[in-house]
Design a binder for this molecule. Sequence first.
Ligand code: 13P
Length: 348
Amino acid sequence: MSTYAQELRATAQAMVAPGKGVLAMDESNGTCNKRLGKVGIEQTEDMRRAYRQLILTTPNLGNYISGAILYDETIRQSTKEGTPFLKVMTDAGIIPGIKVDTGAKDMAGFPEEKITEGLDGLRDRIAEYYQMGARFAKWRAVITIGDGIPSRGCIEANAHGLARYAQLCQEGGLVPIVEPEVLIDGDHTLERCYQVTEETLRTVFNQLYNQRVAFDQMILKPSMVISGKDCPNQASVNEVADATVQCLMNSVPASVAGVAFLSGGQSNEQASAHLNAMNVKYADQAPWPITFSYARAIQQPALEAWKGKESNVSLAQKLLLHRAKCNSAAHEGKYTPEVEKELEPVTA
Ligand code: 13P
């Protein structure tokens, strides 16, 4: 058992507390640059820093966000005025987290499939991050649905990586967010997504068990069971909620501290509506809290409004807070069209 067991349990529970969820802002420099570039913002270290400052200094963010996942560059940065981001976060009651995988790479021998790297030297990196103040970590594995894929080889190798990472995290005092993402890309049906997600989760938990990971000291970050983006028949909000919870009930141990979904390319409103429906229908039956760990579905409106200009910071922060608030409401099963519309007068 980890010497940090008690602390890990408390951190994991705080991450998924009622009305709270996790903000993912751990885009690698490459991904962050791509997102800045898309909305016409200069792609420099200082713009990435300014954007992350905008997010972390949003007034009252800690009311809805329990923890935020940072990238290695970001955890070492400070505001323009010189306050370390880590201090800004702890002052706001937001637990610092850190992405520790080094990315999903093409998997040798498995065309069209990815394997996530980052185990080399991980024990030392975890020790440094813990000493800096991080209290949880993230590792994302990617499963692609397509012709004849995913393969068993890909699912097993990714599940093994996630389990090795999770055990190293618990040894070093970081709560592992275990993220096996089944991609939304493709024209597959909801049923196919269900099959692949169930096989993936069962394999992941088998590997976590083999590696002696403590389920009550980890957070699962799954994708929802949803129709592929290009599937002509798009499942309804209730169908997604039903299939997702059923799939997780069949594959995720009851002792897992919490489930915090990724948004995976869903629209902002869809991501809130799906999370809300799961909580309205199943909060009483599910053994774990069901919340969010969104990146795009929280950040996107803010990024578009900011445009890299100081004069837009306050509007962008209001938009960011609004999405955090909508998803907080969804975690409690209280997201309604009224909650969604609350911000309209501000943006008009
Ligand atoms: P999205 O919510 O944009 O899918 O991002 C979540 C995440 O952290 C992906 O690793």
